[in-house]
Design a protein around this ligand. Structure first.
Ligand SMILES: [Zn+2]
Length: 66
């Protein structure tokens, strides 16, 4: 119960994550390549979180302008 409230407010607070995964730039139906995305997946709740290789840490959720 409390953990669900914490998750809703702050996202995942677990510490067990997969190795960072970077998606390939996939083209959408207009032929425009989507931005590749790097993320880690929580091994405890399955939530995926944006990861920054340069900072080598999980970063805040990015808002997509598109
Ligand atoms: Zn988690």
């Amino acid at each position: 119960m409390l953990s669900k409230v914490v998750d809703a407010l702050f996202g995942c607070l677990h510490t067990n994550y997969s190795f960072p995964i970077t998606t390939k730039p996939v083209r959408n139906n207009k032929g425009v390549p989507a931005k590749p995305r790097t993320y880690v997946v929580c091994l405890q709740c399955g939530k995926d979180l944006p990861y920054d290789w340069a900072q080598m840490k999980i970063v805040a959720e990015q808002k997509n302008a598109a």
